[in-house]
Design a protein around this ligand. Structure first.
Ligand SMILES: [Zn+2]
Length: 450
């Protein structure tokens, strides 16, 4: 039986070609190879690393000269000799939205691009296209971090989540690393406590992985006896900036090494916490180049993405460069005091904490110009929706209100309907979530109670 398919653009490819799982699996092999032949060596050898980065920069300038937006093409020609990226204009999120077409190189078949969306917590979500190298480097960079912390593939990883869409317990495999048990700590109750204890005891996680807020909620469930005390070798955090008090809670609770990642949907994993000089992060220079604009604002350049040209991209994150060599011996550039985003959590009518993803996706799917959510006390939510022309029928708003109250276990949801001007305001930016449950408030409670 033939396995060919006839979707336009895919005529000559096998039917399994665009199976996401197969592409990810194939990238694991390439990622392991990349780690073995490149990343495990360049991190100790400045000359080798510089040589590699120069090669990537030459490739990037050549590509931007022919496949970039107008302003970048001119810069790429000037930068071709010196490989000096200061010639390139700085791009912000708005530039990414307005020049979306121009920033695409057209070098990767549209059916082959890996499309991700930025979270949009600070404004409009942006779709970013990557080439397969993104998956390869994802595996390779993860292997490098594990190796730095004395762990190896095959480790058992407990992923903690507070996403209302996730079940209480689920089994998975973390790409390139090993088996994963996913535990939705927001769904642990006295009724299912025994099951959770039993499965965690059998799984014996080597590592725990989650967003900083999810680790805090896990801690509070451990204190309440709903989740068993855990003794991993490593705690990994990602997503949001970790506040100093969250770090203290994680240290007290798990007594394990803690590795935090700085990563963006736009670029993947940018930097990771050094196991020796723990207040600094090593930059994955093989894939991302960092420049510092005034006030320590970061301008990031992807050295691996052939689908989209991201040069001097400034998402308004900040970090302080650390010029001194690291005592761990790695030559990778270092930064400290990374300042990116920090998102709050929703609190349901029982005091349970939930992350914002489901609500954000739901509101993004509405035909509105903008939206805004505020929570001042547990179990209540206020949402403002801004319609361009005609507003939705009252019945639809009622259905939305009931759906949100049910899914997020809120006793009261109010929805205000207004114009974009009223919601967006003069600044042109919407602060989409204004929530009282933040890392600061949750970590303070836990530190105060210990
Ligand atoms: Zn180091």
């Amino acid at each position: 039986m033939s396995t060919s398919i006839t979707v336009a653009g895919l005529e000559n490819r096998p039917a399994w070609w665009h199976n996401q799982t197969i592409r990810v699996t194939a990238s694991v092999a390439r990622g392991w190879d990349l780690h073995h032949t490149l990343l495990s060596r360049t991190q100790w050898d400045r000359e080798l690393l510089d040589d590699h980065v120069r090669g990537r920069l030459r490739e990037l300038c050549a590509r931007a000269a022919t496949h970039g937006p107008f302003r970048q093409r001119a810069a790429a020609t000037s930068a071709a000799e010196t490989l000096d990226l200061t010639h390139f204009p700085v791009l912000d999120k708005k530039d990414l939205v307005e020049n979306w077409d121009a920033l695409h190189t057209g070098l990767v078949d549209p059916v082959d691009v890996l499309r991700v969306f930025t979270s949009g917590t600070t404004g409009q979500p942006i779709s970013i296209d990557h080439s397969d190298r993104q998956l390869d480097y994802g595996s390779a960079c993860s292997l490098r971090v594990l190796d730095a912390y004395g762990l190896a593939p095959g480790l058992r990883c407990l992923r903690v989540t507070c996403d209302p869409r996730h079940p209480l317990l689920d089994f998975d495999v973390v790409d390139a690393l090993g088996p994963a048990l996913q535990l939705n700590v927001s769904k642990v109750t006295p009724e299912n406590r025994a099951t959770v204890h039993d499965i965690c005891a059998q799984f014996r996680p080597d590592a725990i992985w989650g967003q900083p807020m999810e680790l805090l909620i896990t801690t509070s469930k451990i204190r309440d006896g709903l989740v068993p005390a855990l003794t991993p070798k490593l705690v990994m955090t990602h997503g949001d900036n970790v506040s100093p008090r969250t770090r203290s809670v994680i240290r007290e609770t798990f007594e394990a090494a803690h590795c935090d990642y700085y990563a963006l949907q736009e670029l993947g994993q940018v930097a990771w916490q050094c196991p020796v000089e723990v207040d600094t992060y090593h930059v994955n220079e093989e894939r991302v180049l960092l420049r510092f604009l005034p006030d320590n604002i970061l301008a990031l350049t992807s050295l691996i993405n052939t689908a989209m040209t991201l040069v001097n991209y400034a998402p308004q994150d900040c970090a302080v460069p650390v010029p001194e060599p690291c005592s761990c011996g790695r030559v990778l550039a270092r930064v400290r005091q990374i300042k990116g985003r920090q998102r709050g959590f929703l609190v349901d009518s029982d005091g349970g904490h939930l992350n914002i993803k489901w609500l954000q996706t739901t509101l993004d799917g509405l035909p509105v110009a903008a939206w805004r959510v505020a929570q001042r006390e547990a179990g209540t939510l206020h949402i403002d929706l801004a319609y361009d022309a005609h507003s939705s029928a009252a019945a639809e708003i009622d259905r939305l209100r009931a759906g949100i109250a049910d899914r997020l276990r809120m006793s009261q949801v109010t929805i205000g309907v207004s114009t974009p001007e009223a919601v967006i305001g003069d600044s042109g930016k919407v602060r989409q979530f204004d929530l009282y449950a933040t890392q600061e408030t949750v970590a303070d409670n836990l530190l105060g109670a210990s």
